[in-house]
Design a protein around this ligand. Structure first.
Ligand SMILES: [Zn+2]
Length: 322
């Protein structure tokens, strides 16, 4: 066949394939029209450490940036846990919500640098990277949930203590307060990452109550609505994840807690709050770390069926059904 004729015959085929090829690579056009579906799934993505290299519970800084970029490019907008629980997701028509969660309160997520006597957010910590990204992508707001440990080892104590990673113990409360002031939400991840499955009811309640007390010391009166299960392990008495109490032996004060949202470690994209099967007390997440890939999940959510993504109709007062 004459080469020119072959091109003429093949060209339409190639042009038809082009959008499919693009989609296959996760490069869906930002202007693609998506049909509203407010019963669709919402990814609750979960990051741990943001460091030099990918690994277990770790992503590299470059990868973290690339994940933000991919979510933005594919039409996702970060929302608050409050708007999710209250069924008040208010994002533009055609966009999809994503809920960011950051677990374990390491300095890699939120690090201060001392510059001329001032404390500034390290631009290479996850918070610094995210805030920079939002500056250049103003359709995103600082939204997301920090599931924190006040007193775990190796600097996992409200983002660093004892000089670990250059972080001073006295900066801890200031960091928690600043996250709240920036627009992020504070979430309980127990006192020191206890494996709740192996402890008594009393210890489970102490872990939650003391986690809550520490957040309250940083932001008095803050309503903690979410909790993340350390290692994804449930206590024997699951009801204690939702509510419980503990008596402080020193002051004899009774500390009560309630958590509306309980985050698991994995399980895929979560249900819409409008889905009749939605259960805030058992929310699956999409962990992002070495060996797991955001693109795979987002591609699955672009297909019709069980995992199809939530797409907004632009009006938080109406629920668009497919
Ligand atoms: Zn954890």
């Amino acid at each position: 066949m004459h080469p020119a004729l072959m091109v003429r015959l093949l060209l339409p085929t190639l042009l038809c394939l082009f959008p499919i090829l693009l989609r296959g690579q996760g490069r869906e056009s930002a202007t693609a029209v998506r049909t509203p579906n407010e019963l669709g799934r919402i990814p609750i993505v979960e990051w741990h450490q943001v460091v030099d290299k990918d690994g277990t519970y770790k992503v590299s800084r470059e990868r973290f940036r690339a994940e933000l970029e991919e979510l933005h490019r594919r039409g996702y907008v970060p929302i608050s846990l409050a708007s999710y629980l209250d069924k008040q997701i208010d994002i533009p028509v055609g966009k999809s919500p994503v809920l960011f969660t950051f677990d374990d309160a390491s300095p890699s997520q939120f690090r201060y640098l001392e510059r001329n006597g001032q404390l500034v957010i390290d631009p290479t910590s996850a918070l610094g990277i995210l805030l920079d990204f939002i500056k250049t992508h103003p359709d995103w707001k600082p939204r997301g949930v920090f599931c924190m440990l006040p007193a775990a080892d190796a600097g996992h104590a409200f983002f660093g203590n004892k000089g670990i990673d250059g972080q001073k113990s006295e900066w801890r409360m200031k960091k928690v307060k600043q996250l709240h002031e920036l627009g992020f939400e504070l979430c309980n991840h127990t006192l020191w990452h206890a494996k709740l499955s192996k402890y008594s009811d009393a210890v489970v309640q102490e872990q939650f109550a003391r986690g809550l007390m520490a957040i309250d010391s940083a932001v008095p009166g803050y309503n903690v609505r979410g909790m993340a299960l350390p290692y994804g392990l449930w206590p024997k008495n699951r009801a204690l994840t939702k509510a419980g109490s503990w008596t402080d032996p020193k002051s004899k004060r009774v500390v009560r807690y309630t958590h509306e949202a309980v985050f698991e470690v994995a399980g895929g994209p979560a249900r819409s709050p409008h889905d009749p099967l939605f259960d805030a007390g058992k929310l699956p997440r999409v962990p992002l770390q070495g060996g797991t890939n955001l693109t795979t999940t987002l591609n699955e959510m672009d297909k019709a069926g069980k995992w199809a993504r939530y797409v907004s109709d632009g009006n938080p007062k109406t629920v668009a059904k497919p």
